[in-house]
Design a protein around this ligand. Structure first.
Ligand SMILES: [Zn+2]
Length: 270
């Protein structure tokens, strides 16, 4: 049974899946504290594109990479444009976007690799980090799925890319849907609710309506998408932590009116 747990490294609280580490895929989702950044990015802001001072972000990244016993130069980052593009990451991409946002892999919101020593790194405040790991073929994916990525079914693109590139069988893939904005806090317009209905007619219970106000369950939608991509339900772990409800622990775009930091979601292969 897949399970995540909280750990602490020199004050940094992070979530990890011990079983994946044992199988060769160390990963983490870090909380917002114990970093160098100041308001409104206090304090473990890991993203270079949100207006924070670069030097603080780089210090934060160096510190977080120590959790893996690794270095900032082994990170690989992509632009994160709320699209559905999946980058196939190779050794030549090592360090892309680690020190400089303009060098991040342009136009992508997900990355896959089967190369060891690379750490696929994406940054979050309410959108969902989705980690995929195939212990059989030793391949990983890191996916940024907010509402736009969910509508575009980016997580299916990631699984399809793993099948194409690494001959992965989806029944072997394990998935972790990390913290993001849950249905308790993700109220949407009637117009968007209509789009959700059109896009996912086969998914039950992803929309709820309370006194005329729609809410959308992005975690459940992505869970269903992973099922339809061929992952067995028992292989998919969902964190059930809402970033907006737990704004004390997590950065939340909605709770902080868009002016905040980003948390790191990172996975690598030993
Ligand atoms: Zn909530």
């Amino acid at each position: 049974m897949l399970n995540w747990q909280w750990r602490n490294f020199e004050g940094i609280e992070y979530m990890t899946i011990p079983q994946w580490e044992e199988q060769g895929a160390p990963m983490l989702f870090a909380g917002r504290h114990a970093g160098n950044s100041t308001e409104p990015y206090s304090s473990l802001n890991m993203a270079l594109h949100v207006g924070d001072e670069d030097k603080n972000v780089l210090e934060n990244r160096k510190h977080v990479m120590k959790i893996f016993g690794s270095e900032i130069n082994n990170m690989v980052c992509c632009e994160q444009v709320h699209g559905s593009g999946v980058a196939v990451v190779d050794k030549i991409h090592q360090g892309r976007g680690a020190l400089d946002y303009s060098a991040a892999l342009a136009g992508f919101d997900a990355m896959i690799t089967n190369k060891s020593g690379l750490f696929l790194s994406l940054f979050f405040a309410d959108c969902f980090p989705i980690f995929l790991f195939d212990p059989v073929k030793k391949a990983i994916a890191m996916v940024h799925s907010g509402w736009k990525g969910t509508i575009k079914k980016i997580v299916i693109n990631a699984v399809e890319s793993m099948k194409r590139e690494y001959k992965v069988n989806p029944v072997d893939i394990q998935g972790f849907i990390g913290p993001g904005i849950l249905r308790c806090c993700f109220e949407i317009s009637d117009q968007l609710a209509e789009s959700v209905n059109q896009e996912f007619p086969e998914f039950d219970e992803i929309l709820s309506n309370n006194n005329g106000q729609y809410s959308w369950d992005l975690a459940r939608t992505n869970y269903n998408l992973l099922l339809s991509a061929g992952l067995p339900g028992e292989n998919i772990l969902v964190s059930d932590l809402c970033t907006k409800c737990h704004n004390d622990k997590f950065f939340s775009y909605r709770a902080e009116a868009g002016k905040t930091g980003r948390m790191a979601a990172i996975i690598g292969l030993k």
